[in-house]
Design a binder for this molecule. Sequence first.
Ligand SMILES: [Fe+2]
Ligand SMILES: [Fe+2]
Length: 195
Amino acid sequence: MKTTDSKKETTTKKAAPKQTVAKGVTKPKSNAAAGLAELFEDSLKDIYWAEKALTKALPVMAKNATSPELIDAINGHLIETEEQITRLEKVFELIGKKATAKKCDAMEGLIEEGKGILEETEIGVVRDAGIIAASQKIEHYEIATYGTLRQFAETLGYQEAVTLLEQTLDEEKGADKLLTEVAVNAVNLEAAELE
Ligand SMILES: [Fe+2]
Ligand SMILES: [Fe+2]
């Protein structure tokens, strides 16, 4: 009986030490991350939610775009996004955790802003320019996130995860670059000529 109890004690998660928090400093929640491994897992859950949300948002953007180059860029990135979700599931597997999505407030806001731009622009090159602007904000958020995640994985010694996250990071950078090219070559000049 005694041995079972002591075994149980070693496998139970240690409670975070009570912290006294100075005025103006945010008090951590009871389940707050105590180490980098936990922060890594939490961040993975966030971006997993974000990528899933994007598989619903990107078709809306493609439907509202008129430039064939822009439609192709969005549809191409939708396929990549689906692969990125699978890659994240592999990363969860590598760290021995179940793939779980946790609402990402930032991505929810960025997608909302993108929808707002649709209402605020006439259909055609101006809406296309707005879609590009909103999409590039999303890509930059993803670039920042995957850059951090790759670094966390490296510090934690998950070498296979580093490779997977880096692959996605490169795709996000590629998507951003392609959007700039579409804006410069196919959309912005024409939009500037309209009143
Ligand atoms: Fe992505
Ligand atoms: Fe992306």
